[in-house]
Design a protein around this ligand. Sequence first.
Ligand code: RTP
Ligand code: MG
Length: 148
Amino acid sequence: MERTFIMIKPDGVQRHLTGEIIHRFERKGFTLVGLKMMQVSRELAETHYSVHQERPFFKGLVDFITSAPVIAMVWEGENVVSAARNLIGQTNPTTADPGSIRGDFGVSIGRNLIHGSDAIETAQTEIALWFVEDELVDWKPVRQSWLY
Ligand code: RTP
Ligand code: MG
């Protein structure tokens, strides 16, 4: 089953949106298989966002991610990588669709509340970066076979 890495950024935690965000993923039908609150080291933030290291916003982004605690999570489900990106909305909350997390709660591109892996391969890399294997719980919700 597909998995993705989701992080509630410092602004999401500070604005007490943790429960709201987790609720949206649960209601969609996805399964939480890993979760921890953590203060991110500079090294981890720089590695996580290394694809952006030449961009002008890189230092500010790393400063922000390391400024206060985040919630790191792994969610599992069918097509969860792309579906999570839809739940999250476009990068800039100003243009993110209402109904998405960024569209409903965000105002600034640099304070867009949440991160989600952008592809299946990226998700695998990010899960391995943020979690060790025994922090992830392999469980299946009890379901009727016809019910997702
Ligand atoms: P994320 O990686 O955090 O889930 O966000 P994303 O895929 O939607 O956007 P990405 O292009 O990967 O950018 C990473 C984060 O960098 C910040 N950013 N600031 N000032 C700017 O122009 C700018 N552009 C990007 C955003 O916080 C974005 O989430
Ligand atoms: Mg990204």
